[in-house]
Design a protein around this ligand. Sequence first.
Ligand code: AMP
Ligand code: ZN
Ligand code: FE
Ligand code: FE
Length: 281
Amino acid sequence: MKFADLHLHTNFSDGTFTPEELVFQAQKAGLACIAVTDHDSVEACARVAAACASVKMEFIPGAELTAEYDDTELHLLGYFLDTHNEKLLTEIARFQVVRQSRIHEMVARINELGTPLQVESVFALANCKSPGRPHVARAMVKAGFVKNLDEAFERFLKKGRPAWVPKSKISALEAIELVHQAGGLAVMAHPGLNRTDNIIPALVAAGMDGIECFHTKHSTAMSERYLEIADKHHLLVTGGSDCHGFSKGKPLIGTVRLPYEHVERMKERINRRIAASAAGR
Ligand code: AMP
Ligand code: ZN
Ligand code: FE
Ligand code: FE
């Protein structure tokens, strides 16, 4: 049987693996297909595609967009994106500027709280256009201000903690449209983490294509619940490990294994959409 892992980060956002390291780990995990879903970035896709081609692994270009609906934050995964789509790239560039200025704001707050973290150290460590809170946390560990990432999040960075800064986000309806106009499928990431069940019907009405039923932080009961919801709304079922590199000494990639038949269904949906738009022309 073939398996896919459709939720993976590289060092072009807050993952620690380079594109080539990610594909090496995917091979070790015995995966037939992977998707890269960096936060607000598609920059790694070209290198991951090349590395996948060299080992005959299937690759799906993707991204994870931070969006909101009715004041609820949600993460929207885009799959089979045209990574050269002009509007997508323009919007992503805007999200990245927001992320960069948010780093300045978070570090300023950390400084006000008496911890002299240098913003340059965060940007140097992040070394990408799409920095996030994990980079701040890692820079704090590196400088010896906290013992580990958990402490950085618990004391400073978690929602509601003193250095947490909200970021302005694209509306979920616009994010779905952005993904669609870039030729992609729009999928709600880890619904069990964001408590977003109540907004699923509205997003389905707006054309959302699927939900991520299988995720590292979903219990078996949660996955079953989302499989039922997917069935009820005729949604695609996706899944992935949300690997950001090594976790407790092991790579997370491949720990969530999506049966390949779900990838087939995703491709069928894309092909139906292409056929429908060709017929409409
Ligand atoms: P950001 O996009 O800057 O808001 O950062 C979100 C990312 O931070 C998530 O994708 C996770 O990788 C990570 N993250 C969020 N909460 C925690 C936490 N409590 N501990 C460790 N990492 C976290
Ligand atoms: Zn992340
Ligand atoms: Fe996420
Ligand atoms: Fe993620």
